[in-house]
Ligand binder design. Structure first.
Ligand SMILES: Cc1cc2nc3c(=O)[nH]c(=O)nc-3n(C[C@H](O)[C@H](O)[C@H](O)COP(=O)(O)OP(=O)(O)OC[C@H]3O[C@@H](n4cnc5c(N)ncnc54)[C@H](O)[C@@H]3O)c2cc1C
Length: 407
């Protein structure tokens, strides 16, 4: 029996693939679905492969999800990087489009697919601790049910898919919050934002950045990300802060001139954290519980879905015996590193660059004149171009040394 704590993309995907292997699995989530999650709500083209495998793709598309052809990054100096998923660089994603869809819709569909595959789903159950046997091996959780009663729940393997600030990761002393960057995000939805088409837009400004993208059904997701040093101002009135931040920046203010906010402003952060390893005896972490850096390159949902797929194949082996369990979970951790380490490097380079206007201006000056390079980078962010393509010395030297398209 496997217990998965958290029914977001990581937990649903893990439980779906376990159930499909015929394994007895229960998801415990403190929320009741549909529930929201503070997110820019973009899915990379490669995420569609896993959605299709889970039988969720057609439902997500039918929900009115926006289809995105690529990304545009606006640098502080006005230069723009325009990259498309469909390109002639020789790599092709599962789809030529990324999807963008409300998390209230996406996560409910994914949880339903896990349930449909045979996973038991218990909502309104808050996990507070892990339990261990006499040898210190994890053997379950303490959880408070909808009736408010705390009870022990036994598991052969425990999966922590409980997102940022994971209780499982903390109780297992695996989490390592990052010293830098420490950013906070304010996310909401608008109608009537000008010029929003089939591209995800990132507007990098001095003092933060703002993501703008259609999420279908006439809604635009807007996420403003600023250093944690602004937290006290955000705490006074987060809605006023977000609206003022946009209004103070002429290009953004112009886009929002006729827009109406249609949802509350949600805040989250700081979010950068990673587990020193994603497993312990009898337990494993997946999704944000295991690693999250920064939303700029927005691929946490793909990592959560793919992480769940990877983990499920190892958990199947881990259930054979205690000895096999440690080996398989260690192998899962190695497989994660093999799969994601290149992407983590790109994420960290981009997430660092956006804090320094001179660097992002330079990159935008070069990439605005090199569609081939911009498409490669957007393909890496889209999870279908290997990260090594943009980590090669030739690519990095071109970024640093090429004459800029703009002075
Ligand atoms: C501002 C921002 C913008 C982002 N934009 C994007 C984007 O555009 N595209 C993208 O791919 N990624 C984006 N991300 C990242 C993305 O949101 C996450 O990577 C993704 O949600 C991870 O999924 P998960 O299943 O690991 O965690 P979550 O989606 O957070 O799910 C965790 C679940 O665990 C449950 N839970 C938590 N604690 C407990 C407990 N104690 N007991 C029981 N249940 C519990 C929660 O209720 C929740 O349902 C963004 C992140 C931020 C902060």
């Amino acid at each position: 029996m496997v217990i998965v704590v958290g029914g977001g993309p990581a937990g649903s995907s893990t439980a779906f693939f376990l159930a499909r292997h015929g394994i007895d699995v229960t998801i415990l989530d403190r929320a009741r679905f549909p529930r929201d999650k503070t997110c820019s709500e973009y899915l990379s083209p490669q995420a569609s492969r896993i959605l299709a495998d889970m039988g969720a793709l057609s439902a997500v598309e039918a929900s009115g999800a926006a289809q995105l052809a690529g990304m545009q990054v606006h640098a502080p100096n006005g230069a723009m990087i325009h990259g498309e998923f469909a390109s002639d660089h020789g790599f092709r994603g599962y789809s030529d489009r990324g999807l963008a869809v409300r998390r209230t819709i996406l996560d409910a569909i994914l949880l339903d697919r896990a349930r449909n595959a045979g996973a038991l789903v218990e909502e309104g159950v808050r996990v507070t601790d892990v339990t261990r046997d006499a040898d210190g091996r994890v053997n379950g959780v303490m959880a408070i049910g909808p009736d408010g009663i705390a009870a022990e729940r036994r598991a052969d393997i425990l999966i922590g898919a409980d997102g940022l600030r994971s209780v499982i990761g903390r109780r297992l002393k695996l989490l390592r919050p990052a010293g830098w960057p420490r950013r906070i995000a304010l996310v909401t939805h608008y109608r009537g934002v000008d010029g929003v088409r089939d591209f995800g837009e990132m507007h990098v400004e001095r003092g933060g950045y703002c993501g703008v993208a259609s999420v279908g059904n006439g809604l635009t997701n807007v996420a403003v990300v600023v250093p944690v040093s602004r937290a006290a101002e955000v705490a006074v009135d987060r809605t006023e802060f977000l609206e003022a931040w946009i209004a103070e920046r002429p290009k953004l203010a112009e886009k929002f001139a006729h827009a109406t906010r249609v949802g509350p402003v949600r805040a989250t952060g700081p979010f950068a954290s990673s587990a020193r390893r994603a497993w312990a005896k009898g337990a494993a972490l997946v999704g944000d519980a295991a690693d999250f850096f920064d939303p700029f390159t927005g691929e946490g949902i793909y990592t959560a879905l793919r992480g769940g797929e990877l983990l499920a194949s190892h958990v199947k082996r881990a259930l054979v015996s205690t000895k096999e369990s440690d080996r398989s979970l260690r192998d899962y951790d190695r497989a994660r590193h093999k799969e994601f380490s290149g992407k983590w490097m790109v994420e960290r380079l981009v997430g660092t660059a956006v804090a320094f206007p001179a660097i992002i201006n330079r990159a935008a000056n070069v990439l605005s004149g090199r569609r081939d390079m911009a498409d490669l980078l957007v393909g890496v962010v889209g999870d279908f171009v290997p990260a090594r393509e943009v980590l090669r010395p030739r690519y990095l030297l071109s970024l640093l040394l090429s004459p800029s398209a703009r002075a």
